[in-house]
Design a protein around this ligand. Structure first.
Ligand SMILES: Cc1ncc(COP(=O)(O)O)c(C=O)c1O
Length: 352
């Protein structure tokens, strides 16, 4: 990320090292430790949640792994329902913990809630996993109406929703939609991350759920890696305190907005209605296009044309996209406007 606030992070890290080296270089306290209290207070303020409902770990993916272990532990194989497509690392984690992962079709305004209802009516899942804001890999945002319908469904059938929100603050256009947790009380666990809004290398991610859940995650974490890095958490706490998270969000959004706008214009022109959604934020655009050849062949031709793509089908657990259709994740955050536009034109040529 070109907009990492390096000088400011160096300054705050030095402050931590100068003022509290003993804390930074020791284990954090052992025994149901939820994370640096100062950091949890800052995250609580950031989210409008109580600090004792917050568990902080080493990056949000690790927290998701602990959460999956907690929610899937104990019983036999349980279904986990996810959006299709969804973040590939997440569904693989769920499978590793014994989850039977089933994809539910994703539409331009979020998951197909009626299809989810049909699945849930057959078997209630251990949890439903969603990335409601600027989804990885499609860029889709869950509409306000569907957020309410999802939470009502979870209430009706008694299952947990896990909402993963690393891109939520990267909004360039439009107004925020409510966190599912703000609509769903105890049934929703929110996963958050500082990777996209401060620094990915700090590896700071967190879960917000019930107090009991936070303690269970802390116990699992202690059995897995004793404690998360006190140095990272102290730097993250200071960054919140000094307004560095807010200012980084502003600079990331200012940096990414023109990339997003140019990417949307180029993809809409070349792929028309095959663009799944105009995200208004985040890192990704998703395209579901007709393709006469097999995915491997398409990827090889794209590579020959100088475009490296993630394998689209890897984002679909179990059910693949409709035969003859090809899903492409187009990340616009790491390319200049010109590079992105040139890449999209080459992809369109490959597809023809
Ligand atoms: C949806 C989603 N969840 C989690 C992660 C991992 O984030 P972290 O760096 O906090 O582990 C990513 C990273 O790309 C992501 O896209």
């Amino acid at each position: 990320m070109e907009v990492l606030p390096l000088p400011e992070l160096v300054k705050l890290a030095s402050e931590v090292l100068e003022t509290a080296p003993g804390e930074a270089f020791q284990y954090a306290p052992i025994g149901r430790h939820l994370g640096n209290p100062h950091l949890r207070a800052e995250i609580a303020r950031f989210h409008g949640a109580e600090p004792d409902r917050i568990f902080v770990g080493n990056g949000s993916l690790q927290v998701l792994d602990l959460l999956a272990g907690h929610l899937l532990g104990g019983g036999g194989p349980s279904p986990v329902y996810v959006e299709a497509p969804t973040y590939d690392r997440a569904w693989r984690i769920f499978e590793r913990h014994g989850g039977r992962v089933v994809g539910v079709p994703l539409e331009g305004d979020g998951v197909d809630v009626e299809a989810l209802r049909a699945l849930v009516s057959e078997q209630v899942p251990a949890f439903f996993y969603t990335i409601p804001d600027f989804q990885n890999p499609s860029g889709v945002c869950l509409s306000g109406e569907k957020r309410r319908a999802l939470v009502a469904l979870a209430e009706e059938f008694g299952f947990v929703i896990v909402e993963d929100t690393p891109y939520r603050r990267l909004r360039f256009h439009g107004a925020d939609l409510p966190l599912l947790a703000s609509l769903g009380g105890d049934r929703v666990v929110t996963i958050g991350s500082l990777s996209k809004i401060l620094s990915p290398g700090l590896r700071v991610g967190y879960a917000i759920g019930t107090k009991a859940l936070a303690i269970s995650l802390a116990e699992l974490a202690e059995d897995t890696y004793l404690t998360a890095s006190p140095l990272s958490q102290a730097v993250a706490a200071k960054s919140f305190e000094h307004g560095l998270v807010d200012s980084t969000i502003r600079s990331v959004n200012t940096f990414l907005e023109p990339r997003h706008d140019a990417a949307v214009a180029a993809v809409a022109q070349v792929f028309g209605d095959d663009l799944l959604a105009v995200p208004g934020g985040g890192y990704f655009l998703g395209v579901l296009a007709d393709c006469a050849v097999a995915e491997d062949e398409f990827m090889a031709s794209a590579r020959d044309a100088g475009v490296l793509l993630a394998r689209g089908s890897a984002f679909y657990p179990g059910a693949r996209p409709t035969p003859g259709r090809l899903f492409m994740r187009l990340p616009f955050q790491a390319l200049t406007e010109d590079e992105f536009v040139a890449g999209v034109r080459r992809l369109a040529e490959v597809l023809q």
